[in-house]
Design a protein around this ligand. Structure first.
Ligand code: OOG
Ligand code: MG
Length: 262
């Protein structure tokens, strides 16, 4: 660790307050250029601990920056991992209040639900598919706490990878019954297709993103519990939304899922 525990506490409190109060901030590496990867995940861990202490439940995990489209959009080169808690859940067809967010964007994602524990290192696509129960469409709403979504990888990890809301729904299918590489997706905003893609955009296969998450957890002495929900990362660029927008994600063979912004 390059930063002392007190600084980690302060940075976690600051980012958590920015999330709860929907206010933005400069990326934290501006003031702490020597921050390490361990520091970044330690800050994220402290935010999770504060939420759990306040009564939150872990709802799942997320991989982010797993497609070239996302990496290009954000100017970064590596995937990142974060947590999902119950306060982020939006019911299918439900509403997201933009007044509670800073500058929300939506991402089309394939969501996995596991039925067996997964442990890294050495986790691979085969292990993920063998341990998965179903896959289904998911829309992630990201809301970086950093001004104008300008960040570097360590800053975005500390900020729990911009996690803010998510909705899953549509038709859950057996994870082994579909070829997720060629599964097509259409993201619509107010009835117009705004982004198109296929599962292979995510690291060649969305299950590869889950394997990377498991290996990341393994390096930290953790595993992915059975019954976990995992968002495998935006297939396309994220799309900005505002109050009044209706967003629908259609996934080939898996129906659709929608969310409204009010
Ligand atoms: C970081 C989170 C990216 C994804 O699916 O790629 C992410 C960001 O772009 O703010 O969730
Ligand atoms: Mg995402």
């Amino acid at each position: 660790m390059a930063l002392d525990p007190k600084t980690l506490d302060q940075l976690a409190e600051h980012l958590h307050a920015c999330q709860r109060e929907a206010r933005d901030t400069l990326k934290i590496t501006d003031a702490h250029p020597d921050m390490s990867w361990d520091d970044a995940y330690a800050i994220q861990d402290r935010i999770l601990a504060a939420k759990l202490k306040a009564g939150a439940r872990v709802a799942g995990y997320k991989a982010g920056l797993t497609s070239h489209a996302k990496m290009r959009q954000m100017g970064v080169t590596d995937p990142v991992f974060g947590f999902l808690v119950d306060e982020f859940i939006v019911p299918e067809g439900g509403e997201v209040k933009v007044s509670q967010l800073i500058h929300p964007k939506v991402e089309p994602e394939i969501c996995f639900v596991t039925r067996a524990e997964l442990k890294g290192p050495g986790c691979h696509i085969g292990a993920v598919l063998a341990a998965s129960d179903v896959v289904l469409p998911g829309i992630e709403v990201i809301d970086s706490r950093y001004r104008d979504f300008k960040f570097d990888l360590k800053s975005v990890v500390a900020d729990n990878t911009s996690a803010s809301r998510f909705v899953v729904g549509g038709r859950a299918v057996d994870a082994r019954s579909v070829d997720l590489r060629t599964t097509g997706i259409v993201l619509e905003k107010n009835g117009q297709a705004v982004a198109l893609g296929a599962g292979a955009a995510v690291l060649g296969h969305p299950a590869a993103a889950v394997a990377m998450l498991v290996n990341h957890l393994g390096r930290r002495g953790q595993s992915l519990p059975a019954g976990s929900l995992v968002l495998s990362g935006g297939i396309t660029e994220a799309v900005a939304v505002q109050a009044g927008d209706n967003v629908t994600l259609r996934v080939q063979g898996m129906g659709s899922v929608s969310v409204r912004f009010v």
